[in-house]
Design a protein around this ligand. Structure first.
Ligand code: CMC
Length: 436
């Protein structure tokens, strides 16, 4: 963080003396005003619900240029990572700052692969859930529960604990997500098979069964690996900020990641891929492409509360670069599975075309985000709609853990404690029950 060669001055119209505040420069992106001394010097807080203008931390992991539609992990463009690297190389990059060379890649892959199994007792914990439980409820519980199984990696202030917890989380998430799925359909759990790669192993744990050999389809394996890369990190979004805030109390990494999973579940965040597919299915039931115009009128009606799910983003005011890559993957998967005429894909394309030309969306800079096509890909692979957000959680775990570890290593790190503008009752006395 560099100090800029200018300062910000805050002045007041009520005669109170103004103050000067330092300005910092990042390597790219907007400068920030350091307001840490504001309260001490003026007795005032800043007010920024939704963090529209607040940088909550300094970070060197992920950079988004929302106007350009650019996403960089540790400086590398997402387009290059998605086409030239695999997910575990991306994990290495996010965790340690650099893409691995061939030797480091082999070592890291073997490290992760050797932690894919979960404690045998985890399945009995899982069996306590109803079979029709939402997978995100199950995953929030299971991931939080990891801290009860791996006592030797729960000290967030111990670098060795943080390292092993990171590897365990990355390695075990596919096993847990697949177990949650198998449990919901009443099939036996599949143990991980360590001669398969990360995505291939996940496909087998999801769709294989102990009675026959499972042959991994390389197109689907690559598609899933790409979904994982595209969702691996996205700087200080709601779930990542949740993980940081939760972890800032010194809680263990498994508990902090479980908090991130709970946050991700919401439809404005990770739950959007599920909501988007449900939306497409609803329009399809209403009459499909012929009903797009009617649906769009509802979206544009302020009183309807209907949103075009998979469109719009707090940061991207241009095409989400992940959406372009996801659309490509969508084409490949549908072609491989002979589903080129998939009605939901056609419907999604029709909605996208209309929205990109419609003044409502153009004037608000609303473009497709990553979730617009990811649901179609996942559905084609055979992943049930209610597990989509679980797949997102699996992929985002590396980003959460990289961000958490970065925060703990930051000498300026403090417990997160926002302040408030209080608008409730002033002090008043409690009346006796018969006088209220
Ligand atoms: N459909 C219709 N109108 C929309 C949409 C949409 N999807 N998104 C934003 N708008 C309108 C909104 O009504 C507002 O209009 P007006 O200025 O007339 O009041 C304007 O666009 C600005 O929207 P906002 O809600 O102030 O923007 P935000 O930055 O607070 O919200 C968002 C961002 C992602 C929550 C929102 O765009 C949204 O709800 N999109 C649909 C859900 C979705 O796809 N979420 C996935 C995000 S990408 C995955 C991830 O990174 O988690």
């Amino acid at each position: 963080m560099k100090i800029a060669d200018y300062k910000a001055t805050l002045s007041f119209s009520n005669g109170q003396p103004g103050i000067e505040m330092p300005v910092y420069k990042g390597s790219i992106g907007p400068d920030v005003i350091d307001i840490r001394k504001l309260y001490g010097q003026t007795g005032m807080f800043t007010y920024d619900p939704g963090f529209l203008s607040t940088a909550s931390c300094q970070s060197a992991i992920t950079y988004i240029d929302g106007d350009k539609g650019e996403l960089l992990y540790r400086g590398h463009p997402i387009e290059q990572l998605a086409t030239q690297c695999d997910f575990l190389e991306t994990c290495h990059l996010l965790l340690y700052g650099e893409l691995p060379n061939a030797q480091k890649k082999t070592e890291f892959t073997s490290l992760v692969t050797n932690h894919t199994m979960v404690h045998e007792q985890m399945q009995f914990f899982l069996r306590g859930f109803r079979r029709d439980a939402h997978p995100m409820a199950v995953l929030t519980g299971l991931i939080g529960g990891l801290s009860a199984f791996y006592h030797d990696s729960t000290d967030i202030n111990n670098a060795a604990h943080r390292e092993i917890a990171a590897i365990r989380l990355i390695a075990k998430l596919p096993t847990l997500v697949a177990m949650a799925f198998k449990y919901s359909i009443g099939q036996p759990f599949m143990y991980p098979k360590n001669d398969l790669n990360y995505a291939g192993n996940f496909l087998r744990m999801m769709f294989g069964n102990p009675c026959e050999e499972y042959k991994v389809n390389p197109v689907l394996e690559r598609a899933l690996d790409r979904i994982f890369i595209l969702h691996a990190d996205h700087e200080q979004n709601a779930s990542t900020s949740t993980v940081r805030l939760c972890g800032s109390s010194g809680t263990n990494p498994f508990a902090a990641i479980a908090a991130g999973v709970a946050c991700l579940w919401g439809p404005a965040h990770g739950g959007a891929n599920e909501a988007c597919l449900n939306m497409l299915e609803d329009i399809q039931k209403m009459g499909g492409v012929a009903k797009v115009g009617e649906f769009m009128s509802q979206v544009k009606d302020k009183n309807s509360n209907v949103k075009l799910m998979g469109f719009g983003h707090r940061v991207y005011k241009n095409y989400d670069p992940r959406a372009k890559l996801m659309q490509e993957t969508c084409n490949e998967v549908l072609l491989e599975l002979g589903l080129e005429n998939d009605p939901l894909f056609k419907l999604a394309k029709a909605l996208e075309k209309i929205a990109l030309e419609d003044d409502y969306f153009v004037s608000r800079k609303l473009y497709p985000n990553v979730d617009f096509y990811s649901g179609i890909v996942q559905r084609a692979i055979g992943i049930p709609v209610n597990l989509f957000t679980g797949i997102f959680a699996l992929a985002r775990t590396v980003g959460w853990i990289a961000q958490l570890n970065e925060m703990i290593g930051d000498p300026e790190y403090k417990i997160g404690r926002p302040r408030q503008l209080f608008t409730g009752a002033e002090r008043r006395e409690v009346l006796a029950l018969n006088k209220r």
